[in-house]
Design a binder for this molecule. Structure first.
Ligand code: PLP
Length: 389
């Protein structure tokens, strides 16, 4: 049994979440429930692999070991029923770099790239920082449930969209897209000749009975889907900086990979390689326990907020360790704007969440809560929120 209730201080580790608080919240006196990593120890086998590698005194240039690819392929088959082929996989320093590289490789300056807000902030910057045109296809929210607006997606394609950046499962709204939704999306992509980059970094973090479906498995022949994924969120090793691009279409893969080659980004460090392989090989039981723990925390938050946080509606996440809190009623009742609401939570409740506006205008009135901490920490934060509202 893994003890996820164990409190582990991260202070002094240059943790963005903890040691970076003052820069983000203007105070250190806040419980950080923001940036998407977890305050849990990585799986014991991953820590053992790191220790074993550190025991060797030389950290020279390191090639990507074939067993790492074997572990990735085994993991995808076992967890997602996805038969990944060896040559589809390219090791990269992160998932976000794959988004950026795909935008650069597959579109020209000024061309349209579609994103579905509210969505993880780098989806926007991947487009704007590369001088492409942002085409917004906002998700629809009805009765606390988000869905895609497919008619509008077609309009975006007609307006010149060449590439769609899909977040699957979706950060921050916590949707795990169903097969029929993904099939409709792919049909639109075929009809309008869109290429889809599917960011599946949260794919392993899904609550039963939901099931993650890798978008690429819905293609009969690899044609227009590029997948970006990593062991980083799954096993709480995002600081390692290792991810994969998977693409079964050789020319697409070559073009995106060339963006990395042009910058001579071709190697990884011995620690990230060792950690990733150990995680995919030995992390399944740890992950199963993690998901039980996170699911229980989510239930506790849903119950507590319904009973004690008037004006805040916590939406149930189908996947990710993130929750999306609809605070619009609270804002109206208290006459707050987004800034004032953030100030209320940070300064009065001493709770540091991510304001919804970080994820586009569609996130106004919402807060993103990171569940990846011992449950007692989350519940204490909610109690302080109760006291101030
Ligand atoms: C949807 C999504 N993609 C990518 C990332 C970050 O990926 P990486 O650190 O591998 O670039 C995150 C982190 O929060 C995320 O939520």
């Amino acid at each position: 049994m893994i003890d996820f209730d164990q409190s582990i201080s991260r202070l002094g580790t240059d943790s963005v979440k903890w040691d970076g608080r003052a820069a983000v919240f203007d105070t250190d006196d806040v419980v950080p429930l923001w940036v998407a990593d977890m305050d849990f120890a990585a799986p014991p086998e991953v820590r053992a692999a790191l220790a074993a590698r550190a025991a060797h005194p030389i950290c020279g240039y390191t090639q990507v070991p074939e067993p790492l690819f074997e572990s990735l392929i085994g993991w995808q088959k076992q967890r997602h029923g996805w038969e990944v082929e060896r040559e589809w996989a390219v090791v990269t320093p992160g998932v976000v770099p794959v988004l950026y590289a795909a935008v650069r490789a597959l579109t020209r300056a000024g061309e349209g790239v579609i994103v579905q807000p509210p969505v993880y902030t780098p989806f926007f910057s991947a487009v704007t920082e590369n001088d492409r045109r942002l085409l917004l296809n906002p998700l629809r929210l009805q009765d606390g449930h988000y869905s895609m607006d497919f008619e509008h997606l077609e309009q975006c394609a007609r307006d010149g969209g060449k590439l769609l950046l899909l977040c699957s499962p979706h950060n921050p709204v916590g949707r795990v897209w169903r097969r029929d939704e993904l099939e409709t999306l792919l049909a639109i992509a075929r009809k309008h000749d869109l290429i889809v980059v599917s960011d599946e970094i949260h794919a392993d973090l899904v609550y039963a009975p939901n099931t993650h479906i890798p978008l690429a498995t819905l293609e009969d022949v690899p044609e227009r889907v590029i997948t970006a994924l990593a062991p980083s969120k799954t096993f709480n090793i995002p600081g390692m900086g290792l991810a994969f691009m998977l693409c079964g279409e050789p020319e697409l893969r070559r073009r995106v990979r060339a963006e990395f080659t042009r910058l001579h980004i071709e190697s990884n460090n011995p620690f990230s390689l060792a950690a990733a392989e150990a995680a995919y090989r030995h992390g399944a039981d740890w992950l199963d326990e993690l998901m039980v723990y996170l699911a229980q925390t989510q239930e506790a938050v849903l119950d507590y907020s319904a009973a004690h946080l008037p004006g805040i509606r916590a939406l149930r996440s189908e996947g990710t360790f993130l929750m999306w809190l609809d605070c619009r009623e609270l804002m109206v009742a208290r006459g707050l704007d987004d800034k004032a609401m953030q100030k209320l939570f940070v300064k009065k409740a001493k709770v540091g969440m991510s304001p919804g506006t970080l994820y586009g205008q569609a996130g106004a009135g919402f807060m993103r809560l990171n569940l990846g901490a011992p449950r007692q920490v989350i519940m204490a934060a909610l109690k302080r929120m109760r006291a101030v509202i």
